[in-house]
Design a protein around this ligand. Structure first.
Ligand SMILES: NC(=O)C1=CN([C@@H]2O[C@H](COP(=O)(O)OP(=O)(O)OC[C@H]3O[C@@H](n4cnc5c(N)ncnc54)[C@H](OP(=O)(O)O)[C@@H]3O)[C@@H](O)[C@H]2O)C=CC1
Ligand SMILES: Cc1cn([C@H]2C[C@H](O)[C@@H](COP(=O)(O)OP(=O)(O)O[C@H]3O[C@@H](C)C(=O)[C@@H](O)[C@H]3O)O2)c(=O)[nH]c1=O
Length: 291
C-alpha cells in the first residue's frame, strides 16, 4: 500500500494544485486533502483524533491565515492558525516528513535576493507568525520549511490568488493600483506544486527558498498579465508602495533559490518566461500542461 501524504489547506489555492497534480508528480503517494470544512486545525483534540485514524506517512501543511491584511486586523487569530496550529501539527508529525509552507514575508524587504541564511526581520504580523512557526518546525531535523513567493493560480472560488484579486477589481469597474517599487519573484501554482512533490520524494529536510527566476515589480507583473486577462486592459495604474495605506509592505522579497533548484528535475521558471511559453488558451494558464 502506498504511503499516505496529507495536505492541509486543501480547499486553498496551493492545496488545490497539490491535489490536482499528485498523480502527475507524486505517483508513489496516496494523497488526501484536509480542508477546514473537515477539521479546524485549531481544534487540537479533533486534529489528534483525525491523525490517529488517518495515520498519514507525511504532512504538507498549506493551511494558514494567508492574507497580510487579515493578519494585521486579528493578530491573535493569525497566531492561533499560523503558529499554534502549525506547532500542534508538527508535534503530531514528529516521526514523519512535515513540509511547512512559509513565505518570503519573513524578510523586511530592504535587501532583496535573500538567501536562506539571511536574517529574517518581518515587518508585518503575517511575516512574524510565519517566522515563529518556522522556528518551531525547524526544531525537528526531519522537518522542512519552504519559503514560497507570490503565487499565481486559479482557485476554487476565484478569490485566492493575487491575479484573481486584480481581475475582480477590474471587472467591478475599478482601477488596479500596481506598485512600481515593490518587487517579487512570482511563480505559477503549478510550479510550486511540482517542486513540493519533488522535495517530498527527495526526503530532504531543512529550510528552502522557492521562487521564480525573474524579479519583477507589481507593475511589471500586471503588464505581463495583460495579454491573458483583457479585463485588465486600461485598468492598471502605476503607483508607489510609499503611498500604501495599510500594514508596512516589504519592498523587495526576491529570493535566491539555488539550494532547491539543485534538487529539482525542472528549472524554476521566470514569470514572463512562463507566460511566453504558454500558447494554448482554455487550459489552466498556471499549471503544467498534461504530458
Ligand atoms: N498564495 C501566495 O501567494 C502565497 C502563499 N503562501 C503560503 O502558502 C500556503 C498556502 O497558501 P494559499 O493556498 O495561497 O492560501 P489560501 O488562503 O488559498 O488557503 C489557505 C487554506 O487554509 C485553510 N485554513 C485557514 N484556517 C484554517 C483552520 N483554522 N483550519 C483548517 N484550515 C484552515 C483555508 O480554509 P478555507 O478555504 O475554509 O478558508 C484555506 O483553504 C499558506 O501557508 C500561505 O501563507 C506563502 C507565500 C505566497
Ligand atoms: C501590493 C498590491 C496588492 N494588490 C492587491 C492584490 C493582492 O492579492 C491584494 C492583497 O495584497 P496583499 O499584500 O495582501 O497580497 P499579496 O501582495 O498578494 O501578498 C502575498 O504575498 C505573498 C508573498 C504571500 O505570502 C501571500 O500569502 C500574500 O501575503 O491586493 C494590488 O492590486 N496591487 C498592489 O500593488
Amino acid at each position: 500500500m502506498a504511503p499516505l501524504a496529507l495536505v492541509t489547506g486543501a480547499a486553498g489555492l496551493i492545496g488545490q494544485y497539490l491535489l490536482r497534480s499528485a498523480r502527475r508528480w507524486a505517483s508513489g503517494w496516496d494523497v488526501r486533502g484536509l480542508s477546514r470544512a473537515e477539521v479546524d486545525l485549531t481544534d487540537f483534540p479533533a486534529v489528534t483524533s483525525l491523525l490517529h485514524s488517518a495515520k498519514p506517512d507525511a504532512i504538507i501543511h498549506c493551511a494558514a491565515l494567508s492574507r497580510t491584511k487579515d493578519c494585521e486586523l486579528d493578530p491573535d487569530r493569525a497566531r492561533r492558525i499560523n503558529v499554534q496550529a502549525t506547532a500542534h501539527l508538527a508535534a503530531s508529525a514528529r516521526d514523519m516528513p512535515f513540509i511547512f509552507l512559509s513565505s518570503g514575508e519573513v524578510f523586511d524587504g530592504r535587501q532583496g535576493w535573500y538567501r536562506e541564511a539571511d536574517e529574517a526581520r518581518p515587518i508585518n504580523v503575517y511575516g512574524q507568525t510565519k517566522l515563529e512557526a518556522e522556528r518551531v518546525v525547524l526544531a525537528n531535523p526531519r522537518h522542512t520549511v519552504l519559503r514560497i513567493v507570490l503565487t499565481a493560480g486559479t482557485s476554487l472560488n476565484g478569490d485566492r490568488s493575487f491575479v484573481e484579486d486584480m481581475c475582480r477589481t477590474a471587472r467591478a469597474g475599478k482601477d488596479v493600483m500596481l506598485y512600481a517599487d515593490e518587487y517579487r519573484c512570482p511563480l505559477p501554482a503549478g510550479a510550486i506544486a511540482r517542486a513540493v512533490w519533488e522535495l517530498l520524494d527527495h526526503g530532504r529536510s531543512g529550510l528552502f527558498h522557492l521562487g521564480g527566476g525573474e524579479r519583477l515589480s507589481r507593475w511589471e507583473i500586471g503588464e505581463a498579465l495583460l495579454p491573458w486577462y483583457p479585463e485588465l486592459s486600461g485598468r492598471l495604474i502605476k503607483g508607489s508602495a510609499r503611498n500604501h495605506a495599510g500594514a508596512p509592505r516589504p519592498a523587495d522579497l526576491s529570493l535566491r533559490c539555488e539550494k532547491i533548484q539543485a534538487l529539482l528535475s525542472f528549472p524554476l521558471p521566470g514569470f514572463r518566461t512562463w507566460l511566453a511559453s504558454r500558447s494554448e488558451r482554455g487550459a489552466d494558464l498556471w499549471d503544467y500542461p498534461p504530458p
